[in-house]
Design a protein around this ligand. Structure first.
Ligand code: NAP
Length: 473
């Protein structure tokens, strides 16, 4: 499938810019990807992870043959960078962005860009709380909306080409007026972030005055802390560039909060329950859930790489023959490929999280070199005695991945070389496959005494994936 672009310059190869590069490659769009950024080291990592084909830190260089530019830095840098690159852009090039606010950016771009260079503002409604190219993954934009904000000055052909690109990446394109976009996003995205930051800080301040409160929190508070983990620079820029709309919706929110406080003070239970019911109906009745996709969850040690005890040095990473081909087949058949790995070596003090991150970079790099991509790697750093809820066969890692990556668990598979992998799959209703690599053969011997059995036993990951694909086709 060709996207009709020869060379894409991604400026800011972080979560969104990196995922864009990975998605173009995974879908075989035939676009050469040049990354631009401020740090050679970070861009080299993007190259190693397969998100770009080349990189530049000098924004005055490398523009020949570029026919599409996508700005993916924090919002506050998009206009200054546009000014900087405008003199070098080839005639006919299309410039777009992924910024979370559109008003200031679209107006400035239409002023700054020279005649014959076309701007189309865009905002993919996709992301996670993580930042940087190490958090990028190729299926980020699948089944997500991408809002495109044309104006009366937008070139129609450029608009159609940008729309086509996002559709080819699996997104649903929505065309929207710039102002309408900024008001809507102030309400459904920027306000929730402001509330999450305020709420978490409120609890922190209350903690200062007495006993610790956060250890007592449950899932509800954790949802807010997850949002509050988002990058502070990115959210500072978003708030400042959408200030009027955001202040309007904050005013609404304050009125709403005051109303609730009054009902609580006056013990007006009827008003409170009516209000709660109204919110509940919106959540369950009117929201269209994003279409979820099945995944193949993969154990790491003994399933993808040869070392099946503690892999603590990146130099010792060796991929099992055919595992790369197997992951390519998972990618090509529209399933997500997600690694789940217990890494108690960290709790045991055999390595730190930095060393583990290096191993995971290298794993992604080896796979990307052969055109195979992982949608995520999740690990549990705890000791078995800690009884955490993430260590396999507990469900924490798998459920976190399912939530982050919009995975349809009922149609998903778990593949591993340990009985704990099979138990995890079974406990969550997944189809599970034991591979006879790694500890597989000795684990197979123990199956006789087990209540839970794998749905299939395969010689290796490749055979496991062949079997899985025969079930989903
Ligand atoms: P990110 O992971 O932090 O990536 C930002 C990128 O910009 C990084 O590669 C960073 O380089 C680069 N950058 C930062 N300062 C720079 C500078 N002075 N010069 C050149 N490059 C610089 O953030 P992200 O989540 O991908 O967000 C990028 C854009 O997408 C933002 O405009 C955001 O509003 C928008 N967006 C985000 C989401 C989301 O949920 N995350 C969703 C939709 C749209 P380094 O690697 O050197 O730090």
């Amino acid at each position: 499938m060709q996207a009709g672009f020869k060379k894409l310059a991604v400026i800011g190869v972080g979560l969104i810019g990196g995922s864009l590069g990975l998605a173009c490659k995974q879908r075989g769009l035939g676009i050469q990807i040049a990354g631009y950024g401020r740090s050679e080291e970070r861009l080299r990592l993007a190259l190693e992870l397969g998100a770009v084909d080349s990189f530049q830190t000098d924004f005055t260089q490398g523009w020949q043959d570029v026919d599409l530019v996508i700005l993916a830095t924090p919002v506050g840098l998009i206009i200054p960078i546009l000014r900087q690159i405008a003199p070098y852009l080839p005639q006919g090039a299309i410039v777009s962005d992924v910024g979370s606010t559109k008003g200031e950016i679209v107006a400035a771009a239409e002023q700054i860009l020279p005649e014959g260079v076309y701007f189309v503002g865009a905002h993919p409604i996709a992301g996670t709380e993580k930042s940087g190219v190490e958090a990028a993954f190729p299926s980020l934009f699948e089944n997500a909306n991408c809002i495109i904000t044309p104006t009366t000055r937008t070139n129609i052909s450029a608009l159609q080409r940008v729309q086509n690109l996002w559709r080819m990446l699996g997104s649903e394109v929505i065309l929207m007026d710039v102002q309408e976009h900024d008001f809507a996003l102030a309400a459904v995205s920027h306000l929730p972030h402001v509330i999450a930051y305020s709420l978490v800080n409120t609890v922190l301040e209350l903690e200062d005055k007495g006993k610790p409160l956060i250890p007592l929190s449950g899932g509800g508070f954790r949802d807010f802390t997850r949002i509050a983990e988002s990058d502070p620079v990115m959210w500072r820029d978003i708030c400042l560039s959408n200030k009027d709309n955001l202040c309007r919706v904050i005013d609404h929110f304050q009125t709403q909060l005051t109303k609730m406080k009054t009902w609580i003070q006056t013990a007006d239970g009827n008003s409170l329950s009516e209000e709660f019911l109204k919110a509940k109906t919106v959540k369950t009745g009117n929201q269209k859930p994003a279409a979820a996709r099945p995944a193949v969850f993969l154990d790491r040690d003994g399933t993808i790489n040869e070392e099946n005890s503690y892999l603590t040095q990146v130099e010792k990473l060796r991929i099992i023959p055919h595992a790369v081909e197997a992951i390519k087949k998972i990618n090509a058949n529209g399933l997500k490929a997600v690694v789940l790995t217990n890494q108690s070596a960290i709790a045991r003090g055999y390595m730190n999280e930095e060393a583990l991150t290096r191993i995971h970079h290298r794993l992604k790099q080896i796979l990307a070199d052969s055109g195979a991509y992982l949608d995520g790697i999740y690990y549990c750093p705890h000791h078995p005695d800690q009884n955490c809820d993430c260590r396999k066969p507990s469900a924490g890692m798998l459920l976190a991945a399912a939530k982050d990556l919009r995975i349809d668990l009922k149609r998903s598979f778990m593949v591993g070389d340990k009985i704990s992998d099979i138990r995890l799959g079974h406990n969550l209703g997944l189809t599970s496959v034991l591979v006879l690599t790694g500890y597989g053969k000795s684990e197979q011997d123990k199956l006789a005494g087990e209540k839970i059995q794998p749905d299939y036993i395969a010689e290796d990951l490749n055979q496991a994936v062949e079997w899985i694909l025969s079930r989903v086709r």
